[in-house]
Design a protein around this ligand. Sequence first.
Ligand SMILES: [Zn+2]
Length: 477
Amino acid sequence: LRLLNHSFLIKVFSLFFTVCAAGAMYFNYQYGTIINSEMMRNALATDTAEVAELLTAKFFLEFAFLCLPQLYLTFFVPIKHSSFVRGIFQALVGLVIGVCFLMLNFQGVSSLIRSEPVLRNLISPVNVFSGTYKAVFKDGSTEVDAPRIVIDPKPALGASHKNDKGTLFIVVVGETARLANWGLAGYSRDTTPQLRARNVIPFSKTISCGTSTDVSLPCMFSRVGRDRYDRDRILKEESLLPVLQRAGINVFWVDNQSGCKGVCKGVPSLSISKTKAPSLCSGPRCYDEALLAGIDTSEILKPGKTTVVFMHQLGNHGPAYSKRYPKNFEVFKPVCTDEKLNNCSREEIVNAYDNAILYTDHFLAGVIDWLKGLDGFDTGLLYVSDHGESLGENNMYLHGAPELIAPKEQKEVPMLLWLSKGFEQKFGLNDVCLREQAKADASHDQLFSSLLGILDVKSSVYDQNKDFSAVCRKSNS
Ligand SMILES: [Zn+2]
């Protein structure tokens, strides 16, 4: 800053740096958030409702407190003007002193940075600037408007679709549901009683592609996956959805969150009608049941045709877990109602989180019951969460940890499949075999080819090794 050699500029810049550092420090301190390009991309891609939940009165108080010393320096301490040469000299002296301090223990510092690369992301406000730079100029945003590369120009429907009955398949993209708190996965609390009663096929463990919606969502429905992760490529190629659509399936996306992150590009979106579900919506937010309540079957279902609807839940989106479910789902008490999780005990946080899982259980059971009751259609549902969540393990909260250090709570997610008898027959799928397959470890990388397989879409981008349903299907053609 000394190089600027102008007292006004120095003050403006130092205040700006302080404001950025204070914001980063607050989120790091309160939530264990690591500020890197992924986090900055999340921040830039978020919506106002999400931001409003984080900007609490306490945030402003603590933020202002962190800025106080700098505010004092800016407004009450004069900076003596000096010549340009003298400014450069002072800057150099500062630099030399800094380097000397570093050299005193260079080996220690360098090996620490190498063994704990995350430390780099804790240096504020450098983390904010480098993260924003990478998010904007290097890693690409999901909202880019350029046309996507067509990955298969001629996918086709398999023989199973030559049937008088129509098909409706729902893919529910869950939000922030972690395996550790999932009743069907053996959690000590039964957080999924309704799904259990519906005899769904639960996968025992599924690994998410990323630890945030912005990473996971595009990756889940891309043929690239975590194995060969390349964000640029994922965002340049079309997702699974346009492939299904080109094959002749009616594809829709309906969203109860901050958008589809580019996944639904090229396919029609249905919007949640707040007038159709007035009791489920208040302000900018709706409970997830609005996803179903707002659906107009006459709009999406065509007799004898296949339709796939992707539903993007609000799920367990934190930190306001207690706002994700109607009051009658508050089974585990007391709950944390403070968005600043540090003001709650861990028990209260987990209670609120578990109630939100109970509500997802109820929502999914409702979708299944609705599918069961649809006359003239063979139906099925696949549910999978986008990533997990930390609930205080090692003092970490929320999600978005870099891949390198992501704890398993943020990476292990629930997944399940439910198929009507008619669907199983039409697509030649064997229930017993699927249940056996579901016992093996699964991952988001399998979604792309498994959905092509389950829906009997013949495509050049299908990879049988990544289709968990392949061994359970008897060929119809
Ligand atoms: Zn998410």
